[in-house]
Design a binder for this molecule. Sequence first.
Ligand SMILES: Cc1cc2nc3c(=O)[nH]c(=O)nc-3n(C[C@H](O)[C@H](O)[C@H](O)COP(=O)(O)O)c2cc1C
Length: 208
Amino acid sequence: MTDTKEDIFLNDLDLSLEKAWELLSEAVSDRRSPLHMPAIGTVTEEGLPSQRIMVLRSADPEKRQLRFNTDARVSKVRDIGNGAPVSVLGYHPEAKIQLRLTGTGHIHRDGPRADAAWDQASLYGQRCYLAEPAPGSAVEEATSGLPADIEGRKPTEEQVEPARANFAILLVDVVRIEWLYLAHTGHRRAASTWDSRTGDWQHEWLVP
Ligand SMILES: Cc1cc2nc3c(=O)[nH]c(=O)nc-3n(C[C@H](O)[C@H](O)[C@H](O)COP(=O)(O)O)c2cc1C
């Protein structure tokens, strides 16, 4: 990142938000980007915070939407359901930018979006959803949960077919993006909140 660009971020709210989406969009295909694997926060049915790393599968600034893949049988899927609050957190050391996003989560087990996500996943990716019993189940011995005949092997399309029933996507409709930019001259912090009445983002600077 050049000095000129740094200066722009120091004073331009619109560009800061644009950069946030740019970093997220790049992170989808760039496995080396730290934002490729952000921490996703949810609230359990007991009201406790719960976080985990998930791979960012798509980031759409127009729809304000992020997508993640998950096993449909796990507790976070039940906790999120259709409209629970979800947080997304990542820090990009090269860009010196921390992103804290808040949104509403929606789980889709079926439908065109889930089908397309399943088709996009590799055979190894699809294999993860074959675990039995469901991820998070307590077991007597250490196990991958995978059937013995495909452990350590690339499965065939036929072998992974039953896994589709265990697959779901998590869509996060982003309603707030908080941006923290670390600059040696003085940090900058900004928040962008989606205003559903005007259909636009409302930006404001915050003290870092
Ligand atoms: C590098 C990495 C990537 C991961 N990617 C995903 C993912 O894309 N989806 C997912 O559900 N879990 C993913 N996990 C596993 C979760 O972090 C977590 O352990 C698992 O989903 C169980 O969490 P839960 O009990 O909250 O459902 C990943 C873990 C790591 C370390």
